[in-house]
Write a protein that binds this ligand. Structure first.
Ligand code: MG
Ligand code: MG
Length: 263
């Protein structure tokens, strides 16, 4: 069994650099994502931006994954392939990005609305982002992994949404996926104790309908069993001075989207 790797302050700062590059990459995606763009164009843009910034796209060739981004539309939950698909008004698109910079990984995901989307989709996105915030709040020394999962699950299910159980968050560091697993469900006070120096990716995957998912024959894409939309937000978070220190940020994306809405 691999053990949890507790990070030094220096290592946390390196993971912050990696996570910031991920956040800036998502900010670049925010600038161009719109009806009419092909998802493969977003992938190319991300790869170029990451490499020009001195990083390496972490997902590219990861266990054979063929792209730099996971782009998962509508009923796709995670691990979707970018391709020739043209985004259209009403799509809900999760963009998940990872980089390696100075040997350390960063990991973050954001769900974008393409043009005007349904109220159902809007609510799902809002609640999923709230789930992430509530989960992050529990990333405090002395709490347990189950406290994070409980907070996410409780909020999602209160709104009648399905919490994906087959896929989970994870430790982040010199590997993209380290111990411990960080489920989006759980019991208060249960599971691995959260301690100083842990760095984890918290990533609620929340479905508008049923919780169950199916795995595609392409070996990667995961979608909802009932065809209803899914949303996904992710931050890389360190436990530092006992408190959650969010190493990735949505500020780049939020600023771009605010600007877009004003025009
Ligand atoms: Mg991710
Ligand atoms: Mg992740």
């Amino acid at each position: 069994m691999p053990k949890i790797h507790y990070k030094s302050v220096e290592e946390i700062e390196l993971i912050r650099e990696s996570s910031l590059l991920v956040s800036k990459t998502l900010g670049e995606i925010a600038k161009v994502i719109r009806p009419g763009i092909k998802t493969i164009e977003l992938d190319k843009l991300a790869e170029t931006f990451i490499r020009d910034s001195g990083g390496v796209p972490a997902f590219l060739n990861y266990h054979g994954f063929p792209y730099s981004l996971c782009i998962s539309m509508n009923d796709q939950v995670v691990h979707g392939f970018p391709g020739q698909h043209v985004l259209t008004e009403g799509d809900v698109v999760s963009v998940d990005c990872g980089v390696i910079l100075n040997k350390y990984f960063g990991d973050s995901a954001f769900t974008f609305a393409i043009g005007e989307i349904s109220d159902t989709a809007k609510n799902l996105m809002r609640v999923t982002r709230e789930c992430l915030d509530l989960g992050v709040e529990k990333a405090v020394a002395g709490m347990r992994i189950g406290d994070i999962g409980y907070a996410v699950q409780e909020h999602a299910e209160k709104h009648g949404y399905g919490v994906v159980k087959e896929l989970v968050g994870h430790g982040v560091g010199l590997e993209l996926h380290e111990k411990p697993e960080v489920p989006n469900y759980g019991k208060r006070g249960a599971g691995v104790k959260l301690e100083e120096g842990m760095v984890i990716a918290i990533e609620p995957m929340i479905n508008a309908g049923k919780a169950r998912v199916k795995f595609w024959d392409d070996g990667w894409t995961v979608s909802t069993i009932d065809g209803k939309p899914s949303a996904h937000y992710e931050h890389t978070v360190a436990i530092r001075k006992g408190q959650p220190d969010i190493l990735s940020t949505f500020s780049y994306v939020d600023n771009v989207l605010k600007e877009k809405n004003n025009n």
